[in-house]
Design a protein around this ligand. Structure first.
Ligand code: DAH
Length: 357
């Protein structure tokens, strides 16, 4: 038996002394590998008498198990030590700049909004805001929508589940409710624009379920259609950075304005791109009109004393026209190739004096 004891203490000493995983593996192969010392002892059992084999076999197997578990334990501790050493070696300097990837860019909608805000700010308009989730009063009723007006129907408007009171909130279908909120909370004279998201259940090349509008509202004494027309024509010339844009006002109907009009911009849609200042197509970009006396009254303003004009325009559509994008849906598809192509520098601060785009 002494040979077994010596062998065991030898092997265990080698296991304990293994400096790294590959040294440990060499010890393992030399002891319990196919031709290892302990495996070699097991091969001698065949030549023994049954009694001797029983006793000797059990002793060798027990020895092999002890050696094996010593190896497993040592392996775990060597691995842990190696991981600690690696963690200590591979420290990260979080203050280093990251690897260069694609630069981020400003989405065309945001660029166009900034351009629009800067032009109107230059004309003396302040920016107003309202919530995306609106109630029926601000989105429809105060804006003089009759009870059964089709725009209130499900096919246009995203309604929420009714509350316990029966009231149904909705995603605002236009930025016009901000007119109401402004007139209720401020005294004339008022001169605001309200940029923001709007929602309608609609999708094709020039409609997306979520889109952006800029609302405009001017309330003062003696305001008339001439002010409206000048403001919008001046805006369009500045926005497109050219006087060559041709626009047309078409009579239209909105419940909240009287008279009402839509403004179209002349464009060319042949060849899969939209170009302005040429062609035989018209793209509708805004609705406008003189604020209806019922709307003024609903907001507590006396229509005999104050008049005003209002307009609402599609931000994304103006972007399509200015930057030649044929399909509105691409704007919100989050395709990074499209964004890289049409995106704008985050450092650009559009303003009419130094240039917009
Ligand atoms: N709210 C209208 C729409 O989304 C656009 C509009 C038309 C706004 C006329 C106005 C306006 O302020 O006077 O279609």
């Amino acid at each position: 038996m002494t040979d077994l004891n010596t062998l065991e203490s030898d092997v265990l000493a080698q296991v304990a002394g293994a400096a790294d995983l590959s040294a440990l593996d060499a010890v393992r192969v030399a002891a319990v590998g196919k031709t290892g010392s302990i495996s070699g002892l097991l091969k001698t059992l065949g030549a023994m008498s049954p009694d001797e084999r029983k006793e000797r076999g059990a002793a060798i197997n027990a020895l092999r198990d002890r050696v094996q578990s010593a190896i497993t334990e040592k392996k775990a501790s060597l691995e842990a030590a190696e991981l600690d050493a690696r963690l200590a070696r591979e420290t990260l300097d979080l203050t280093l700049p990251g690897p260069y990837r694609r630069k981020g860019s400003v989405h065309p909608t945001m660029q166009v909004m900034d351009e629009m805000v800067s032009i109107f700010a230059d004309m003396g308009f302040a920016v107003a805001e309202g919530p995306d989730i609106e109630d029926d009063f601000h989105n429809f009723t105060a804006l003089n929508f009759p009870e059964k007006h089709p725009a209130r129907e499900m096919h246009d408007t995203f309604f929420f589940e009714p509350k316990e009171t029966g009231e149904r909130m909705l995603l605002r279908t236009h930025t016009s409710p901000v007119q109401v909120r402004t007139m209720v909370s401020q005294k004339p004279p008022i001169r605001i624009i309200a940029p923001g998201r709007t929602y309608r259940c609609d999708s094709d090349a020039t409609h997306t379920p979520m889109f952006h509008q800029v609302e405009g509202l001017v309330i003062d004494k003696g305001i008339h259609m001439g002010h409206l027309k000048w403001t919008l024509e001046t805006f369009i010339a500045r926005f497109f950075e050219t006087d060559a844009v041709t626009t047309q006002f078409r009579p239209h109907h909105f419940p909240f304005t009287e008279p009402s009009a839509e403004m179209d911009v002349q464009c060319d849609r042949s060849g899969g791109e939209i170009k302005i200042g040429q062609g035989s197509s018209w793209l509708e970009i805004l609705g406008c009109g003189m604020v209806h006396p019922n709307v003024l009254r609903a907001c507590g303003i006396d229509p005999d004393e104050y008049q005003g004009f209002a307009f609402g325009m599609g931000v994304d559509r103006l972007g399509m026209l200015k930057y030649g994008m044929p399909d509105l849906r691409d704007m919100f598809a989050s395709d990074s190739r499209w964004l890289a192509h049409y995106g704008f520098s985050g450092f650009a601060a559009p303003n009419p004096a130094s240039g917009l785009s």
